[in-house]
Design a protein around this ligand. Structure first.
Ligand code: NAP
Length: 298
């Protein structure tokens, strides 16, 4: 393994779920960290966590050179949305122009041109692009995030129930902290070591939502119940929260695929990369119990 302070790593998506966990993992790793953010206020908030934060927008190619200049490694995360491949293209072009050596890219489980969801098909376009880029590259394809359950924390805390349109799905869900640990592992290793590799990352077991409810209940010390609901109920709830229609459609496509068994598998890749088991849902539930506990608990 090499830790080399002369390497600068650009972290994209630096204010989001995965990259925040990655910054935690890379602290003290002997790398010079630079964050790409969209707002000066975010740059100020990241002070102390990164050597520097540079304002830029993946949708604005002209804004990117100052973030990419002088960088050896890029952690490339594109936010969900129809413009994801364009954001990826802009980032790769900026990386190429800046002489970046390696890009480690966050894709998604099952990314393929024939994936049953638009996110998987869009990610497949960017996976192909990076494979043909001429740069050194590694692709991480994580499964459904355990942290998605935090969207249900308010309901669980208030009612002891949560409602999803996942029917009787089993999902090999993964704790985002393990995705970050794998990304950090790759970024700390020699650039040649993981070049050309696609790592599909899952948790240690494929879980039903009843099993998830059981673990959440154990963590908060009262029963938690999963209530399966139809797509129309979930759609109305998400639109009511202001979630864009494109994202609602994407989530519905995933829900249908998962309900049909598409996500019912695990891999051993996290343990192979990290030399320890992937975090279990019991670990996630314990570490986030305060979010799911009733307000009057304790
Ligand atoms: N959720 C899952 O179960 C799951 C599973 C596998 C893969 N994924 C993939 O994970 C990715 C999302 O990761 P995440 O959950 O960590 O994201 P997130 O929490 O939604 O954060 C998105 C990040 O991207 C930044 N961003 C948004 N638009 C930008 C732009 N135009 N230019 C530069 N930065 C921009 C945001 O910055 P601001 O603070 O400025 O908004 C934020 O830092 C997606 O590619 C998704 O397909 C998700």
């Amino acid at each position: 393994m090499r830790t080399n302070v002369s390497r600068t790593v650009l972290i994209t998506g630096a204010t989001g779920t995965v990259s925040t966990a990655l910054l935690d993992e890379l602290r003290g790793a002997g790398l010079r960290l630079r964050a790409l953010v969209r707002e000066e206020s975010a740059a100020r908030r990241l002070k102390g966590q990164v050597a520097e934060a540079v304002v830029g927008d993946l949708g604005e190619p002209a804004s990117l050179p100052p973030a990419f200049d002088g960088v050896q490694d890029v952690w490339l995360l594109t936010p969900n949305g129809p413009r994801a491949p364009e954001h990826h293209m802009n980032a790769l072009w900026a990386a190429r122009r800046a002489g970046v050596e390696r890009v480690v890219r966050l894709s998604v489980v099952g990314a393929a041109h024939d994936a049953p969801n638009r996110s998987g098909r869009l990610h497949a376009l960017s996976d192909r692009e990076i494979e043909a880029s001429g740069l050194r590259w590694t692709i991480l394809r994580p499964h459904w995030f355990m942290q998605n359950l935090l969207n249900e924390a308010g309901d669980v805390a208030a009612t002891g129930t949560f409602s999803l349109n996942l029917a009787a799905a089993r999902i090999g869900m993964i704790d985002v902290r393990d995705i970050a640990a794998c990304a950090a592992r790759v970024l700390r290793d020699d650039p040649d070591r993981h070049h050309g590799r696609i790592h599909t990352l899952t948790g240690p077991r494929s879980l039903s939502l009843e099993e998830v409810a059981g673990e959440l209940g154990r963590a908060v010390g009262r029963p938690v119940t999963y209530r399966p609901v139809g797509d129309d109920v979930k759609r109305a709830a998400l639109l009511g929260y202001g979630v864009p229609a494109w994202i609602v459609d994407m989530l519905e496509e995933y829900a249908r695929a998962y309900a049909d068994g598409w996500g019912d598998f695990t891999t051993g890749t996290v343990a192979e990369l990290l030399g320890r088991p992937a975090r279990d849902i019991a670990d996630f539930a314990r570490d986030h119990a305060s979010a799911f506990a009733p307000a009057d608990a304790g």
